[in-house]
Design a protein around this ligand. Structure first.
Ligand SMILES: [Fe+2]
Length: 465
């Protein structure tokens, strides 16, 4: 065991992927520019942040304890920043605090809730895949409980629920090695209770990080990064590796269908963590996603098997056909869109550009209609993490859910950026229609926020849901 430093030989512990060591609370943050008054709520972000020492050579990026960072905006002010580990018994032993109550038996899987943080049904949850349930947090990011969603969650959750903008329901694909060769699809109602679950048998046990939805289908990414029992028996914390013998397929589950109704389309070998979006187009389904050539093959501590490249598939679930085309060969990941267009035809997407060592460096805006990618790079000083699109309130009210309008990108693009000169982070707020212009506002934090995985803007107004 060694002490982590910023120049770790493990790329997933180096640079701005390195963990921070303190929980802090800072109020009345310094702001440059003008924070739009309509942004009242919290920008929350989750990522792996080991609370103690780790085996530096073998550490897998996905296995660190969860740490949630939050910045609260209100009426043009940035009122606080705080970061908190998601409390587990292990974190409490290392950092103090009382382990939270759990709705589950003591032997339930407890993979660290380190990947995403969402607001749903008036609650805040830190979430992860691989068998673990959601962990409910307070408004101020203290851990409240390990949740079973009021007794309705069968077993496991995911880091990537997709909210259907038409219904407000969450669509979730879950997996757990102990189930054998199957995954479980969930629908969580606007009341925060699971209303439907479907067990779907598969030929193996793939890692399924995310899903996509369209108006007709739920897409299942059955791809060749699969559970490896030998590695699990040897103690690997995340025993999922590339298996070239496993057939890469995408499944199409009709939105209210059963496992028998799933149609499968074989695609060329690749791995997908994150779709940008998907939508129905006649008999076909269009899927846009960050395509990795492989996953956890030669590098088994994090994604590093070649550039992630935005790709468009046109898939026909009835004919079983697939065509794929590169959207842009610029390495990009963590795609986001205007979320009122999830599952529908759309024009714009936003990503973090990916540099060496999986560093998140630039902001990108993809225009599918124009076939262009606009990039904002402030290298070498700033590295931008995953951006989040927040609709301008007036456009949200007038055009929410509309397709093909000129207003799809009327809003703000919000991202944390690491300042390599000061070794601190800023929350940068851009006009999404002009991301290469100066930011509308910058909130200056006195500390560094590691790149981590995923974040969301959670307006206070949604807490009344
Ligand atoms: Fe993810």
């Amino acid at each position: 065991m060694t002490t982590i430093d910023r120049t770790s030989p493990n790329p997933f512990l180096a640079g701005n992927l390195a963990p921070v060591h303190e929980e802090v609370t800072v109020t009345n943050l310094r702001v440059t520019g003008t924070i739009p008054h309509e942004l009242t709520g919290r920008y929350l972000r989750n990522g792996p942040n080991p609370a103690g020492s780790v085996n530096e050579a073998k550490y897998h990026w996905f296995t660190g304890h969860g740490m949630v960072h939050g910045i609260r905006l209100e009426s043009g002010n940035a009122t606080w920043y705080r970061n908190r580990w998601v409390r587990t018994k292990e974190v409490c032993d290392l950092k103090g605090g009382t382990p939270p109550p759990s709705d589950w038996p003591a032997d339930h899987p407890s993979f660290p809730a380190n990947t995403n943080v969402i607001g749903h049904a008036g609650r805040t949850f830190a979430i992860v895949e691989a068998g673990s349930p959601p962990v409910e947090l307070s408004y101020d990011l203290d851990t409240i409980r390990v949740s079973n969603l009021d007794g309705t969650l069968p077993f496991a959750f995911s880091a990537h629920p997709k909210r259907d903008p038409r219904t407000g329901e969450l669509h979730v694909m879950t997996y757990y090695w102990g189930w054998g060769n199957q995954v479980q699809y969930l629908v969580v109602g606007v009341d925060g209770r699971v209303r439907r679950h479907v067990d779907i048998p598969l030929p193996g046990g793939p890692m399924i990080h995310d899903l996509a939805i369209t108006e007709r289908y739920v897409l299942i990414f059955d791809l060749p990064c699969v559970f490896n029992l030998d590695a699990a028996m040897k103690g690997a914390r995340l025993p999922y590796f590339w298996d070239p013998a496993y057939e890469p397929r995408i499944g199409f589950l009709p939105r209210e269908g059963s496992a028998h109704d799933v149609k499968w389309v074989t695609i060329d070998p690749c791995y997908i963590f994150h779709p940008m979006n998907a939508f129905d187009d006649g008999d076909e389904v269009v899927l846009d996603a960050a395509r990795h050539p492989r996953m956890f093959d030669r590098e088994q501590r994090g994604p590093s098997e070649g550039d992630p490249v935005l790709t468009r598939w046109r898939l026909n679930p009835h004919a079983g056909t697939s065509r794929e085309n590169v959207i842009s060969d610029r390495p990009q990941e963590f795609p986001r869109i205007r979320e009122s267009l999830i599952g529908q035809r759309y024009r714009f997407g936003y990503c973090a550009g990916i540099g060496a060592g999986f560093a998140q460096d630039t902001l990108t805006k993809v225009d599918h209609d124009a076939g262009t990618v606009v990039a904002r790079s402030d290298q070498p000083r700033y590295g931008y993490g995953e951006p989040v699109f927040v609709p301008r309130q007036s456009s949200f009210e007038s055009h929410n859910g509309s397709t093909g309008s000129g207003y799809e990108d009327d809003g703000y693009l919000i991202a944390l950026r690491h300042d390599t000169e000061t070794d601190t982070s800023d929350l940068a707020i851009f006009d999404a229609q002009a991301i290469t212009d100066d930011p509308v506002a910058v909130v200056h934090l006195p500390v560094r926020v590691p790149n981590g995985f995923h974040g969301n803007w959670i307006p206070d107004a949604t807490l009344d849901a």
